[in-house]
Design a protein around this ligand. Structure first.
Ligand code: ATP
Length: 309
């Protein structure tokens, strides 16, 4: 059985139509496919949990039709079901995961590929637990987890009343530009400690620290240009001790992956990273935001099968 979980509100709201048209033009597949639609934030997690509990042995692929946030929700519903093959049809506004997986950003074309020639490949997801408290459950992420500036931009963009309107007008980039400029004005840097594979670093005046499973974040910015998904490590980017004006230059150069030439940008690799801060930090995991003082980030201890090139 092929399962679709569709977020009808992601991006320009085209997910449902894309799947309906695909199944209408492939009537032979209809009997083997089941579609589910999300109705509210967090619904994709409970849907995925229920589907996996009832049908995990029969699921050939679980296809997420939405944005990175929907994929994150589904992934977290499948925590206990690592054997279910995952696929992603990008209809969101950022679509960084699709870029990282080298998936076609054309949803119709990608659907055809998913049902014909594409095979499953192993992918190593990340895990994180905030404040290291038992009540804060371990969560999974597919693309990046970031602390600081990027997380505050994401909070602002997600809260914006104009996000859907600008998506529909093909002006998604504008909401990010507004988000960057507004956050640049209000942001306060923080000091924190990062333990990377047992080695302790003290970072001062930090704008952001981002851990990546693939190069992209923020809707196509190459934050970790050399990142390759593997079992051994995340690619880590730290931006600190930099003036606001220069930070703007760094941000522009992220689009072409040249920011790592700035001396204020440090890069590391590591598989077990602990972040500690005296002040509360904003974080974003695949665009889903939260606040914490501490966070432990590790690779999941097994790979999962994802259908990508
Ligand atoms: N029926 C619904 N109504 C309102 N919100 C929903 C509904 N279903 C899901 N959501 C929420 O929509 C939010 C946005 O989804 P998602 O992140 O997939 O799309 P996006 O923001 O357009 O894309 P991207 O993350 O790639 O930029 C998620 O937080 C999700 O929980």
């Amino acid at each position: 059985m092929h399962i679709f979980i569709i977020n009808p509100t992601a991006g320009k709201g085209q997910g449902q139509k894309v799947v309906e048209e695909f199944l209408t033009s492939h009537p032979q597949l209809k009997k083997r496919c089941k579609t589910f639609h999300t109705k509210y934030t967090g619904h994709a997690t409970s849907l995925a949990e229920q589907i996996a509990a009832m049908h995990h042995e029969r699921v050939k692929q679980l296809i997420v039709v939405g944005g990175d946030g929907t994929f994150y929700e589904v992934l977290n519903g499948l925590k206990d079901y690592p054997k279910i093959p995952l696929a992603f049809v990008p209809v969101g506004s950022g679509n960084d995961l699709a870029r990282g997986w080298k998936t076609s950003l054309n949803p119709k074309r990608h659907l055809n590929i998913l049902f014909s020639r594409i095979k499953g490949k192993p992918y190593w997801f990340g895990t994180y637990r905030t404040d290291l408290l038992a009540k804060n459950k371990l969560k999974l992420f597919a693309s990046t987890i970031g602390f600081g500036f990027d997380a505050e931009i994401t909070e602002r963009v997600n809260a914006s009343r104009f996000k859907r309107l600008l998506n529909k007008l093909h002006l998604t980039f504008l909401i990010y530009v507004i988000g960057i400029l507004a956050t640049l004005y209000t942001f306060q840097t923080k000091n924190f400690e990062a333990k990377i594979d047992g080695e302790t670093y003290q970072f001062e005046d930090v704008w952001l620290i981002t851990l990546s499973n693939h190069p992209y974040f923020g809707g196509g910015m190459k934050i970790a240009p050399n990142a390759k998904n593997n079992q051994q490590h995340f690619s880590i980017t730290v931006v600190h001790n930099i003036s606001k004006l220069k930070l703007l230059l760094v941000f522009l150069s992220i689009f072409i992956g040249k920011h790592t030439n700035f001396k204020e940008v440090e890069t590391f690799t590591g598989s077990r990273i602990e972040i500690n801060s005296e002040k509360e930090l904003s974080y974003q995991a695949d665009g889903v935001t939260g606040r914490c003082y501490r966070c432990l980030i590790e690779k999941e201890n097994h790979s999962r099968v994802v259908k990508r090139k």
